[in-house]
Design a protein around this ligand. Structure first.
Ligand code: GDG
Length: 483
């Protein structure tokens, strides 16, 4: 029977090794949730890396791990430390990630890392080939696996392959700087359908195909070999119900024990009833504009000193890729900026910035979303940005203001938010002022429109739309189609 195969760098499960044995717990990320409708029952399998390198797996435990993963419909691609270093930390996160986010100066072009990236993609392909057959539908995710579609297609032409890129696709002028640009494009063109978050990324990709490969492109279709490759945008949504219902439960008077964080947030409100809480949540990544945001916050406090002792910025920065040098530098920069701004502005009763460098449990995210008057997200580039959507979904009384960078993919669908250019401090300071003073009715009018849209275009719809589109691509026999 034909089946569906989902492939991503990481499997949607966390392995835990203890004396009692090995357990696999499902992870709760957005992708795993969105794929529930696709990855269910016995006719689908998810292929990816388990998160443990070969060196970290205790000897003789391989079979036990395979069994634990199989219980979640997952199949692993084993990787050594050297492979993870070259493929994931190397080419994926020191070449593709900065380049595709327009940080050209951070992109490293190391031949060795490219070779490992190619070999690891081949390793993924080998596992897929071993477990697939003609007629299967395959959905490959993200920038770590861009060579995979063609590697699969080459050996198994009679499968349907979809690819979705979760990060931006850059303009031709940026993409052309990559020494292996053509290989990446040809790898992706093994797909029947290539999906992006926004129309702009789609347009950039088509332009690169046209200019670098000479392959015919017509509107959103590419005529590669004897096949049509369709390109389209599918803006990813969130599990709206999950966020909204958790927030409703949180706000209900019957709500059980409050967390320590919630107590702190409430005490801030009691001490400064007219005060405002600004919130930002991101992985500590240079694309998210955290350092610029801190500079802009100082600019705001200088320009509108009447808000000293009234406004507090909460920064939740989640540790990420900490062994890549640019991330270590950013960490020092953010630490220093927070210290400098708090040092300059703090009073005995007020610290302007609360800074948390850690990941927090889901319940605390709900505390933060429901208690903050303003969510302030300033990515310099961001494929989509799900935090913006989660904040709006959690505002059960429809109050709250979202200030969002226009450089986030999410800005395309969230016009009712206050959109800013993350480099324009003057505009940002005025926008914070506007957000603080926005009448409740206006907040609710904006958020009501946003919520309706987020509820309709949720993550399940995103996954279903992609699959429906994938199954409808007339992939084979272009020669018979009148062009
Ligand atoms: C990539 C693209 C694109 C955050 N802190 C904690 C925590 N989170 C969760 C949030 C949210 C997710 O992490 C972050 O998603 P984003 O979309 O904001 O950003 P990336 O991680 O960069 O994701 C991005 C996305 O892929 C999907 O295609 O939107 O543009 O860069 O869901 O809630 N979760 C928990 N604790 C935390 O401290 N539990």
């Amino acid at each position: 029977m034909a089946k569906t195969i989902i492939i991503s760098n990481r499997l949607p499960v966390q392995l835990q090794i203890s004396k009692e044995g090995i357990t696999a717990l499902p992870s709760v990320g957005g992708l795993a949730t969105g794929m529930k409708s696709v990855h269910s029952g016995g006719d689908s399998v998810w292929i990816g890396w388990s998160g443990l390198t070969d060196e970290e797996i205790p000897e003789g435990k391989e079979k036990e791990i395979d069994k634990a993963l199989a219980g979640h419909g997952s199949l692993q691609v084993p990787l050594s430390k050297e492979e993870v270093d070259g493929f994931y930390f190397g080419f994926s996160n020191r070449t593709v990630w900065p380049l595709f986010h327009y940080f050209l100066e951070y992109a490293e072009f190391e031949l060795k890392n490219w070779e490992i990236y190619r070999d690891v993609n081949q390793k993924f392909a080998d596992v897929v080939l071993e477990h697939s057959e003609d007629g299967d539908t395959i959905w490959v995710h993200d920038y770590q696996l861009m060579l995979l579609p063609d590697m699969i297609r080459e050996k198994r032409p009679e499968v349907t392959i979809g690819f979705f890129l979760h990060i931006p696709f850059p303009s031709f002028e940026i993409f052309r700087t990559l020494p292996w640009r053509k290989e990446i494009l040809m790898g992706l063109l093994g797909s029947d359908l290539i999906g992006f978050h926004t129309y702009d990324y789609e347009r950039h990709f088509l332009s690169s195909v046209r200019r670098l490969t000479g392959i015919e492109v017509s509107y959103n279709e590419i005529y590669a070999d004897n096949r049509i490759v369709r390109v389209d945008s599918f803006p990813m949504g969130i599990d709206y119900k999950k966020w909204h219902q958790a927030a409703l439960k949180h706000d209900s008077p019957k709500s059980s024990e409050q967390s320590d964080l919630q107590k702190r947030l409430d005490s801030h409100r009691e001490l400064t009833p007219e005060g405002k809480l600004l919130l930002s949540i991101d992985r500590l990544d240079y694309t998210k504009g955290i350092a610029k945001r801190l500079h802009a916050f100082k600019y705001f406090l200088d320009k509108y000193p009447e808000y000293k002792e009234k406004v507090r910025l909460i920064i939740l920065a989640v540790p990420s890729r900490a062994n890549v040098p640019q991330y270590q530098l950013l960490k020092s920069e953010v630490d220093e900026l927070v210290g400098r701004i708090n040092g300059e502005f703090a009073t005995v009763s007020w610290t302007p910035i609360w800074y948390f460098y850690r990941s927090v449990p889901f319940e605390n995210l709900i505390d933060l979303y429901t208690s903050s008057d303003i969510a302030w997200l300033t990515p310099i580039r961001d494929g989509m940005n799900l935090v913006a959507k989660e904040y709006i979904a959690s505002r059960t009384d429809q109050t709250g203001v979202l200030i969002l960078s226009e450089m986030a993919g999410a800005a395309n669908e969230m016009n009712e938010a206050l959109l800013i250019n993350p480099n324009n401090f003057e505009q940002i300071a005025d926008t914070i002022y506007q957000a603080i003073n926005m009448p409740i009715e206006e907040q609710q009018a904006r958020n009501s429109l946003l919520q309706n849209r987020l509820e309709r275009y949720n993550v399940e719809k995103w996954a279903n739309d992609f699959m429906t589109s994938l199954k409808s691509v007339p992939s084979k026999g272009v020669a018979n189609i009148t062009l």
